[in-house]
Design a protein around this ligand. Structure first.
Ligand SMILES: C[S@@+](CC[C@H](N)C(=O)[O-])C[C@H]1O[C@@H](n2cnc3c(N)ncnc32)[C@H](O)[C@@H]1O
Length: 253
C-alpha cells in the first residue's frame, strides 16, 4: 500500500506541482491557508515539521516567516522539487506513519496540510506527530471536510450554467454512506481540465474518527474550524453554502 501511494504521487508529481503553482490553488489561497496561518500564530524561531510537504510551498512560506522547517514527504520526486539551492529547509523522504529519523520531543509545531485523508494509517501518523512534538507542542492539520467530500460520500447535484460565474450551479449537496470508512481512488484534474496521469487514493473517515484518534493519542483539541471563503468572489458560491475544508488545532498533553 505504501509503495502504491508513493508511486501515485511520483507519477502525478509534475501535474501536482503545476496545479499548486508555487502558492496553492484559489481554494487554498482564499479559504484554507489564511485559517492555517492564524492557527499557527507567530512561527518565528519555532521548529516546524511540514508533514507531507509536497512541493514544499508551505515549508518555504513559513521558513520566510522565521520558522526552522523540516519538510517530509513520501514522494522522492516531490522532495526533489522542494529542495532548492540555498534553502536551509531540511527536506527528507519519509513516511509520516513511521518518522523513525526524527527524534522524540523535537518540534514546537507540526503542520499536516491536506495529507491525512490520503493515508491509510491515521493512528500511526497521529502517534508519530505526538512523539516528535515537544511537551505542549501544537499539531495543526487540515483535511477536505469528510461530510462534504466529493472524493467520498458526497456529490453536488448540478443545474444549469450560471452566466455570472460560467460554472454550473449547485442545486444541493447529496451525502450518503457517511459511516462507511473506505478507500476511494479518483483522478484529479490539471489546470487544463485533463485527468492527472494516475489516480489518487483517498481514505474516507468520519469526523468522530479524526477527533477520537487525536484524543486517544494524547492530544487536547484547541480549535476546530470549518473555514469560509475570505471574500465574496462569485467563484466560491458553493463553498459559501457548505464547508469545503476542516482544520484542527490540538496540543500535546
Ligand atoms: C494533497 S498533497 C498536500 C501537499 C502539501 N501539504 C500541500 O499542502 O501542498 C498530499 C501529500 O501527501 C504526501 N503523502 C501521502 N502519503 C504520505 C505518507 N504516508 N507520508 C508522507 N507523505 C505522504 C503526498 O506525496 C503529497 O505530497
Amino acid at each position: 500500500m505504501k509503495e502504491q501511494i508513493r508511486e501515485q504521487w511520483d507519477t502525478n508529481a509534475d501535474a501536482f506541482v503545476d496545479l499548486i503553482g508555487g502558492e496553492g490553488t484559489p481554494h487554498h489561497k482564499k479559504i484554507l491557508n489564511p485559517c492555517v496561518e492564524r492557527l499557527l500564530g507567530n512561527v518565528k524561531d519555532k521548529t516546524l515539521l511540514d508533514a507531507g510537504c509536497g512541493d514544499g510551498y508551505l515549508s518555504r512560506y513559513y521558513a520566510k516567516k522565521g520558522a526552522i522547517v523540516t519538510g517530509v514527504d513520501i514522494s522522492p520526486k516531490l522532495i526533489d522539487v522542494a529542495r532548492k539551492p540555498g534553502s536551509d529547509i531540511d527536506y527528507k523522504i519519509a513516511d509520516i506513519c513511521n518518522l523513525e529519523d526524527l527524534q522524540n520531543n523535537s518540534f514546537d509545531l507540526v503542520l499536516s496540510n491536506l495529507v491525512l485523508l490520503n493515508i491509510p494509517c491515521l493512528n500511526e501518523a497521529i502517534k508519530e506527530f505526538h512523539r516528535v512534538l515537544k511537551p505542549d507542542g501544537v499539531l495543526i492539520f487540515s483535511i477536505v471536510h469528510p461530510a462534504f467530500n466529493f472524493y467520498g460520500p458526497g456529490s453536488w447535484q448540478m443545474g444549469e450554467k450560471d452566466p455570472k460565474t460560467n460554472r454550473r450551479q449547485g442545486i444541493y449537496f447529496k451525502v450518503d454512506h457517511y459511516f462507511e470508512e473506505k478507500e476511494y481512488q479518483r483522478y484529479w484534474k490539471t489546470r487544463q481540465g485533463e485527468d492527472f496521469p494516475a489516480p489518487i487514493s483517498f481514505f474516507h473517515r468520519t469526523l468522530s474518527t479524526y477527533l477520537n484518534t487525536l484524543s486517544s493519542a494524547g492530544f487536547h483539541l484547541i480549535e476546530f474550524v470549518e473555514p469560509e471563503p475570505m471574500d465574496d468572489d462569485l467563484f466560491f458560491d458553493r463553498e459559501r453554502r457548505i464547508p469545503f475544508f476542516a482544520v484542527l488545532k490540538a496540543r500535546k498533553m
